[in-house]
Design a protein around this ligand. Structure first.
Ligand code: AHM
Ligand code: MG
Length: 330
């Protein structure tokens, strides 16, 4: 077993940049702390009835019921606010961005609990986060353009997967590293150093219930995944949990592509560019993969609104390029 902890790893990496303010390290530590608190709640969700189901009602003791995604949102905001170096947070849970410390240099974009509809059925969920430097002046109020930066400007991104183990996987632009949580002692250990998509085109993940509602290119690509061809090791294996972090994490380890295309019901796709697609795109590129909207690199899309949606194709480079080929032909 590797006994390097996430805390040690963060400090070690900070030392690679002499003179660094340590702000980014403090942000990563805040995320680590909030994720431990959320992990504990996720694990007892089946017992703690007040965190299941819909928010907005009172429980039997007259306490306001709180959905776990609202709970997670609050814990991450509190933890990040406490470090004092974050000036604003955009979250999938909040309509508007939130201003924190005017003196802070960093912006956070996050989906505090992605796939939360899976909580009630005991399926893995995740937190996704992305860190940017503000573009407005330090000391002033944050403005929308601080949040609407291209994914290429990310300084760090990652996810926490609350699965059979809790894991935190992140990048600061120097590769991807994964840490597994030991709840007995409350510590994340480096378990997956230097993660890369394996050179195996193995899995495709899409909600195939949407196939008839998708474009011809997507339909043709899924047909291609299902075709029998010994030479290219097809058919690919179909796996879809419906929880983005879990689907993404499995594909990162085993090799695969995750697709959420535009459909006639959701013409811009379902997933959010800022909270879900950009952070996983940064991780993907750092792990040797590719992230696209079917035609363009995700990280080069200039966002125009906070909750913008985008079609998403992410995973092994070969597989994403093959999907793009079919889309280019439609
Ligand atoms: P959410 O942010 O409201 O939780 O929605 C995102 C989730 C992803 O985790 C998952 O991949 C996708 O929605 C599943 O959508 P669908 O049920 O349409 O397949
Ligand atoms: Mg989400």
């Amino acid at each position: 077993m590797n006994f390097k902890t996430l805390g040690e790893f963060i400090i070690e990496k900070q030392q690679d940049f002499p003179g660094s303010s340590g702000d980014l390290s403090r942000i990563l530590s805040a995320i680590r702390l909030a994720s431990k608190i959320v992990s504990q709640q996720v694990n007892k969700a089946g017992l703690a009835r007040h965190i299941l189901g819909g928010a907005g009602t009172d429980n039997i003791q007259g306490e306001a019921q709180q959905k776990l995604d609202v709970y997670a949102d609050e814990r991450f905001i509190e933890a990040l606010n406490n470090r004092g170096n974050v000036c604003g947070i955009g979250s999938e849970e909040n309509d508007e961005f939130i201003e924190l410390n005017k003196e802070g240099k960093y912006i956070i974009l996050m989906d505090p609990l992605d796939g939360s509809s899976n909580i009630d059925v005991n399926v893995s969920v995740g937190t996704i986060f992305s860190v940017f430097k503000r573009v407005s002046e330090v000391g002033s109020s944050v403005v929308l353009k601080d949040f609407l930066q291209k994914g290429t400007e990310q300084v760090a991104a990652g996810y926490v997967l609350y699965g059979s183990s809790t894991m935190m996987v992140y990048t600061t632009g120097n590769g991807v590293n994964g840490f597994t949580y030991d709840p007995g002692i409350g510590v994340f250990f480096l378990s997956h150093p230097d993660m890369l998509f394996p050179n195996k085109n193995k899995i495709y993940s899409m909600n195939e219930g949407n196939l008839q509602r998708s474009s011809k290119g997507v339909q043709d690509y899924i047909n291609y995944c299902q075709e029998v061809d010994k030479k290219t090791n097809r058919p690919h294996t179909g796996r879809y949990i419906g929880s983005l972090v879990a689907d993404f994490h499995r594909n990162l380890i085993k090799g695969g592509i995750y697709i959420y295309p535009a459909t006639d019901k959701s013409p811009k796709g379902k997933l959010r560019l800022l909270y879900e697609c950009n952070p996983l795109a940064f991780l993907t590129e750092q792990a040797g993969g590719k992230a696209s909207d079917g035609r363009n690199r995700i990280m080069e899309i200039k966002p125009t609104e906070l909750h913008q949606r985008v079609p998403y194709f992410v995973g092994n480079t070969d597989m994403v390029e093959k999907a793009e080929e079919f889309i280019a032909k439609e």
